[in-house]
Design a protein around this ligand. Structure first.
Ligand SMILES: [Zn+2]
Length: 275
């Protein structure tokens, strides 16, 4: 159930209560905290990129996601993962899982790979129709491998709706990308590569602010070694969590406020109109 559906249900329930004053226990059951969907990239037969020493992107993405889930939950967020084991979830199903769970944010976790072995650092992307530069185009091409077409694209209408889903949230997606990038830049030894835009399939149908994080370059032996280190993965999770918190503070919603009073926190995030 999306946030909009929850708020609509609450509103209808309140109308009904005006005539029949019960049942008061329904509200706490419907009120949810801010929900973050974390999407560990790849899985199963799709191992993603691989480091020189054999580290697989699909494994690091999942381990990072598990650590991030714990850290976000400690910070008061509700978290759903698009996968919790080594299985392949079709690219087009990932945002669908987040949409159906009524998530307020979508964060897809990946690792970068480049021909230049010295390439390093984190990059946070939000969606665009065309890539901002050649490197962004290459990153999107790598991540979109095997995505095919969305299952819902069997009709023109469904296709248009899919395309519109993320467009309504692009401004907030950029804010989220900047918030995460700022925190990731603080990680020692990670060079700033800046927020970028590219046509990532996994972001297209997300009906919420959505970003793709290329955490580090698995193609860089030094970064591959860092990615094996649980301490580094924890620091990445902490940085992303801080970024998420700052994003929500910036746009005016905190987990506590939403939990206490969802009807007074302005327009539900999933109901925002394109601006
Ligand atoms: Zn990837």
């Amino acid at each position: 159930m999306s946030t909009l559906q929850i708020v609509s249900t609450l509103f209808c329930s309140l109308l009904v209560w005006g005539q029949t004053p019960k049942p008061s226990r329904a509200i706490p059951a419907l009120v949810s905290r801010l929900k973050v969907a974390v999407d560990p990239g790849h899985g199963g037969d799709d191992r993603g990129a691989m480091g020189k020493k054999g580290l697989k992107e699909k494994e690091v993405a999942l381990e990072l996601a598990m650590v991030l889930k714990d850290r976000l939950q400690e910070a008061g967020f509700e978290v759903i993962l698009t996968r919790e084991e080594d299985v392949l979830i079709p690219v087009w199903d990932r945002a669908k899982i987040a949409n159906e769970a009524g998530a307020d944010l979508f964060i897809s976790l990946h690792l970068n790979a480049a021909k230049a072995r010295a390439a390093k650092g984190s990059e946070v992307f939000f969606l665009s129709q065309d890539a901002g530069d050649a490197d962004a185009a290459e990153a999107a091409a790598q991540e979109n491998k095997g995505a095919g077409q969305p299952a819902s694209q069997d009709s023109v209408v469904a296709s248009i709706l899919d395309d519109m889903a993320q467009k309504a949230f692009l401004q907030d997606s950029e804010k989220l990308a900047v918030a995460l990038q700022n925190q990731l830049n603080r990680l020692g030894g990670i060079k700033e590569r800046g927020v970028k835009q590219a046509p990532f399939a996994v972001l297209r149908t997300a009906a919420m602010p959505a970003v793709l994080v290329e955490t580090a370059f698995i193609s860089n032996p030094k970064e591959e070694a860092k990615l094996r280190d649980p301490v580094f993965r924890k620091r990445v999770a902490e940085a992303i969590t801080q970024g998420v918190r700052r994003f929500f503070v910036q746009v005016g919603i905190t987990p506590k406020r939403k939990a206490l009073n969802p009807l007074s926190s302005g327009t539900p995030r999933n109901a925002r109109k394109p601006s």
